[in-house]
Ligand binder design. Structure first.
Ligand code: ADP
Length: 711
């Protein structure tokens, strides 16, 4: 096998050399240069991508910083207002309320005047030094009467007596807060008498007519009154009313929570909660788990939780942040317009605080500090998200913002380590978060950039040319191998073809020379066999010579007008009379007495003879061979049909190739060279015609020669 390959390589030396020099070497060299260039391009693209990302991150940072600065400036101008300088609490309260309404980024404001507890507007409690609601108390005379009523109520249990006194006092009291408080006392005594209708009437009166009334401690009276009212309803068997009042009071507690201290808030909420439970115990069927009451109650509890969290934030600010910030800002007692951006992680949340010192009236000294704790959800979900979107960041998952503890605030966590990851901090490290861009984006960007690169396509083209060259060389080599095999098959079959008649001639001549053959008839028979063998040899040599002449284009055709019909029949008859004893039939559908056709008679005879030879060779001796000719338009068809072994479809295209011999032909062990049909094809084509085959294995074959003629 390698021997064959060596021969082929030797024979195709030039082709291989040309391939190496013109295709292989240039392609490989150019591809190597291309790859180097592509690598440089990759770096360039990476850099370009990095720059683009940095630009986007920069714009995000700038835009973000701007928003923070705006808030900072607002705080700055607030602390410089006369209200702050003069500690006008009421004014400050209004200013802060307005500020909070306009700036959802402001989560919590604090103000800490020197020497005072910090104040967290709108929360009024917490010992801020600001008591906004000034509730007028009872006068000395009124207080005396009140003491008497309390004596009736609590010591003597003389509720009616207490009611009469209170009603008299009510008549002479004008202040609405005090009136509401008296009504409350009256209702309480009615309740103690189990006179619920009257108690209900009084409580309802307070709610309707004194909605803003306060207790002596300043908290809203209707809130507690509603709970008492609910109790009365419950006692009177009016479950639904009781429930509505309880929920309503809960709502009002939440609504007014900024006016309450943390303890007051939780005390009121637990009162409302207890009432809700006792109603539920009394009317379980009314409050099944999916009624709107239950949902309302749950929602209110959630709101309460939020308030509790607010209080947590306030106490964290008070204990952990404000002292630090005060220390920093009030370092020098002198007032300076120094802002402080402060951040600290408390209980898993990053406290981001903007703060300023508050000047005193001389504007030379600082009299405290004011600050804003940024509202993280708003910062993350609105501000940052919006800025990132506006900066043109379209692949959300490629940008991640992580907080101080490494928690992802925006985007998705990227687990894969990537060299192309860019991580940046916010300006002034505020917030102290990291903005990261993961490298997956880079890869996509890189690929799309590389696909657009000229080098990439050059390399691809080079590879394609190389591949094409390799395919051609491969095909040439395999074709050569096939030819080599065919030739060796040819040599062996030709030698066999030669050997058989030569051996026979030699043997017969020896017998004749010995003089042992005396019988005249036998001698004649010997001579005729010798003559036949010699003719076969001649025929074989003729074929070989013809094909080589035809191949080299040396064959000279000698066309002459011939009466084809008669000539064909004569040629066929002669073939059969001389060579075989086979049955044959000649048929024609042509009615004209003569069809003149320009042919080279010798060449055409060779073609016809070769087809007849094959028909004889590849069919059984007792079968008939039929030759027919007919006219179809301007074409003359000569058909040679046998009932022999037939030709499989896949071989039909190949049988006209030089040296090709069919597999079943070889199995049939018929002698042959694989040249016959090649000659037929060459001759017929030289006459401007075509040769076709129709055949099925085992069903015989029909070869058709189609010759054009002009009428
Ligand atoms: P050869 O007959 O010497 O093998 P040819 O060129 O005449 O060479 O024919 C090529 C091949 O075509 C044969 O080997 C055989 O497989 C097939 N063939 C040609 N004529 C016939 C036929 N009449 N019947 C069956 N097979 C045929």
């Amino acid at each position: 096998m390698f021997q064959g390959l060596k021969i082929i390589i030797r024979r195709q030396k030039r082709l291989i050399l040309i391939f190496l020099l013109t295709i292989f070497l240039p392609s490989v060299t150019l591809s190597i240069f291309g790859l180097i260039a592509l690598r440089n391009e990759k770096y360039r693209f990476e850099q370009q991508f990095r720059d683009q990302q940095l630009e986007i991150i920069d714009s995000v940072k700038t835009e973000f910083n701007q928003q923070i600065s705006e808030l900072e400036n607002e705080l700055h101008s607030l602390v410089q207002t006369p209200s702050f300088i003069n500690r006008d609490y009421r004014e400050i309260y209004t200013l802060i309320e307005n500020h909070l309404q306009k700036n959802p980024l402001s989560g919590q404001v604090f103000i800490a005047f020197n020497g005072n507890e910090p104040w967290f507007p709108p929360f009024r409690g917490g010992g801020s030094g600001y008591i906004p609601i000034n509730v007028k108390g009872f006068s000395g005379q009124q207080k005396k009467i009140l003491e008497q009523t309390e004596n009736y109520e609590f010591s003597q249990k003389n509720y009616q007596g207490a009611i009469t006194l209170l009603e008299e006092l009510l008549k002479v009291t004008e202040d609405s807060n005090l009136r509401a408080q008296l009504l409350n006392h009256i209702a309480r005594n009615h309740r103690k008498q189990k006179n619920y209708d009257k108690a209900i009437a009084n409580y309802t009166n307070i709610i309707r007519n004194f909605p803003d009334s306060r207790t002596s401690s300043g908290s809203l009276l209707p809130v507690t009154v509603r709970l008492q009212l609910a109790e009365c309803y419950l006692r009177s068997g009016l479950g639904e009313e009781a429930l509505n009042e309880t929920l309503q009071s809960f709502r009002e507690i939440i609504r007014n929570s900024s006016n309450l201290s943390e303890d007051q808030l939780s005390a009121y909420v637990s009162l409302a909660g207890d009432k809700f439970s006792s109603i539920r115990d009394t009317y379980p069927e009314m409050i099944s788990s999916d009624t709107t009451y239950v949902h309302d109650f749950k929602d209110l509890n959630l709101l309460y939780q939020k308030k509790v969290n607010k209080w947590k934030v306030i106490s964290s600010l008070k204990e952990e942040c404000i002292p630090d910030i005060s220390l920093e800002l009030l370092k020098d007692a002198e007032y300076g317009e120094t802002a402080k951006r402060y951040s600290k992680t408390i209980g898993g949340e990053d406290f981001l605080i903007l703060s300023f010192p508050i000047p005193d009236e001389t504007e030379e000294m600082a009299q405290g500090i004011a600050g804003i704790k940024i509202c993280n959800p708003f910062l993350e979900d609105s501000i940052l998200t919006e800025i990132i979107r506006n900066a043109g960041w379209n692949a959300d998952d490629s940008l991640t913002v992580t907080d101080m503890s490494g928690n992802v605030i925006l985007g998705y966590e990227t687990t894969s380590p990537n060299a192309n990851r860019i991580a940046l901090l916010f300006d002034e490290n505020f917030p102290p978060w990291k903005i990261e861009v993961n490298g997956n984006q880079t890869r996509t960007f890189l690929f799309s950039a590389i696909f657009k690169s000229y080098y990439f396509w050059t390399i691809l083209a080079m590879m394609a040319i190389l591949g094409f060259g390799i395919v051609i060389i491969g095909r040439t080599i395999s074709h050569e191998k096939e030819v080599l095999k065919l030739k060796s098959d040819f040599v062996s079959s030709v030698s066999h073809e030669f050997k058989t008649p030569i051996t026979s001639i030699k043997a017969l001549i020896e017998r004749l020379l010995e003089g042992t053959v005396k019988d005249e008839a036998r001698m004649k028979e010997y001579y005729s066999v010798i003559s036949q063998d010699a003719e076969d040899l001649g025929h074989l040599v003729g074929n070989i010579l013809d094909i080589s002449k035809m191949e080299e284009g040396l064959e000279q055709y000698d066309f002459a007008e011939t009466e084809f019909k008669g000539w064909l029949e004569g040629t066929v008859r002669k073939f059969f009379s001389r060579t075989t004893n086979r049955r044959y039939k000649i048929q024609t559908s042509i009615t004209e007495p003569s069809i003149p056709l320009n042919i080279d008679k010798n060449a055409m005879k060779l073609a016809i003879t070769n087809l007849l030879d094959n028909a004889v060779k590849y069919s059984s001796e007792d079968s008939e061979i039929r030759v027919s000719h007919e006219k179809q338009g301007n074409t003359l068809l000569v058909k040679i049909k046998d009932d022999g072994i037939g030709i499989p479809k896949n071989e039909q295209a190949k049988i006209f190739e030089k040296f090709y011999r069919g597999k079943s032909a070889l199995d049939h062990s018929a002698t042959g060279t694989g040249l016959g049909l090649t000659i037929v094809k060459q001759v017929v084509e030289a006459h401007g015609g075509k040769v076709q085959v129709e055949s099925e294995p085992g069903e015989g074959s029909t070869f058709v020669i189609l010759l054009p003629f002009s009428t």
